[in-house]
Design a protein around this ligand. Sequence first.
Ligand code: FAD
Length: 512
Amino acid sequence: MEKGGGKGGPSSSSPVVVVVGGGIAGLGAAQRLCRQSVFRNLRLLEATDRCGGRICSQPAFGGVIEIGAHWIHGPSENNPVFQLALEYGLLGEKEKSEENQLIEIGGHPGLPSLSLSSSGKNVNLKLVEEVSNLFYTLLDQTREFLHMAETPVPSVGEYLKKEIAQLMVDWTEDEATKHLKLAILNTFFNLECCVSGSHSMDLVALGSFGEYCTLPGRDCTFSEGYEGLTNCIMTSLPKDVILFNKPVKTIHWNGSYRQENFPGETFPVLVECEGGEKFPAHHVIVTVPLGVLKEQMNTLFSPPLPRRKTEVIRRMGFGTNNKIFLEFEEPFWEPDCQQIQVVWEDTSPLEDVRAELQDIWFKKLIGFLVLPPLESTYVLCAFIAGLESEFMETLSDEEVLSSLTQVLRRITGNPQLSRPRSVIRSRWHSAPYTRGSYSYVAVGSSGEDIDMLAQPLPADFLIPQLQILFAGEATHRTYYSTTHGALLSGWREADRLISHWDSEAQQPKPKP
Ligand SMILES: Cc1cc2nc3c(=O)[nH]c(=O)nc-3n(C[C@H](O)[C@H](O)[C@H](O)COP(=O)(O)OP(=O)(O)OC[C@H]3O[C@@H](n4cnc5c(N)ncnc54)[C@H](O)[C@@H]3O)c2cc1C
């Protein structure tokens, strides 16, 4: 491989395209491009030995568990993930039904079937419902600040706390009930941290919060695993397109490279993998997670990304949400129980916690989702976000299992409660090719930053060169953090290349 002269725009009849990352964004882009005969020189480089990325289903407990994405959020007509899942026949009758598609939940998770407190009592579900209504009414009010030049406070968390403090003045209940309401509210704050993938709602920008859009439809799951969807996209691609175990080290751009396989051809981009292998390209679609960009942007691109791009990457939010699966021989919950909420009575969103993570990390757990029962085994799935979640990743399975056994014994008021048989958890923050769970609009950032991240490079030519294009969930302005946002972003960049080459086709081609 040698570096030659000239700028090397698209000069051949078939451009060479490299997609970096085999999550749903990368796979979606590759599938779209493969349908056009002009894109016959296509490669997808995936760092690991599997496709799917944050869609990751694992056989466990005699069934399948989702280590990453769990639900299709808003499974209805305009959700491309839902449509693709229908096309591939991956959904059940209930999920497909019109009735399910019409339900409007506004992105709010349903009420728990059971709410247990840290003193081992059942929390009154009417009170939980009242607090839930209060919390989501306030959360919906944040939409009022959309596109306002100035917001009264910078973050969603501060706004919610300010409103709660004002409303509390009129609470007429006894002191114990008031404290309990605050403790329940604290669980809803922690739940929203899981939804937003942030450590605290104080980190989530108020002005842009309302820009995130939800779709109608009651969230649904894949009975055989979410990864069935990415596997279907993967198998639809020609055999030699995907190359596994190819971590990309550096994307050299704005150059002019030659390669023996393409005599006489020059390429503006050269993708270099960790093992030294090099792939020349006219266009590269980068779909690595924002967590990877944050960690590696200084070495992943040569020359470095322009300053406006690196500042956006620094400003944007990318946090951690993890799952902890516990397997039981016998359920301690009723057969119709779907969700168990945990309320720590000594917590309040209005008070800061000052303690060592090792002593309190488990108080960030929001509760447990009851998974459909499998043959002779029962599974709960706990969710935990933020720094506490990242701390959990540093513990051993045994430490996590013991801590959660203590929590369960405490909230059920049963010191003899059987220890779970086993534990499996996700560790998205430690995952080298993810470095967290998903993006959010952080204080100091905005929807415009998302668009800036999505802008192709170089940006300073009159005729766009489209050397580096950016896709992935963090580049979708209204559906960031979701699988459908990721898929749409992959399609968007594939379409950008398709129309680029369509307009190229209108012009006489320079001779190679
Ligand atoms: C715990 C959890 C729960 C979630 N729940 C839901 C949910 O219920 N519903 C929902 O819609 N969304 C959910 N999400 C979010 C959803 O999974 C993501 O938004 C989506 O899968 C992201 O797809 P992507 O293609 O943008 O990125 P990814 O899936 O992360 O794909 C990026 C790919 O790039 C590869 N890569 C990284 N670095 C390199 C490199 N240097 N070289 C080559 N390859 C590289 C990675 O290995 C990966 O395969 C969840 C995510 C998590 C973590």
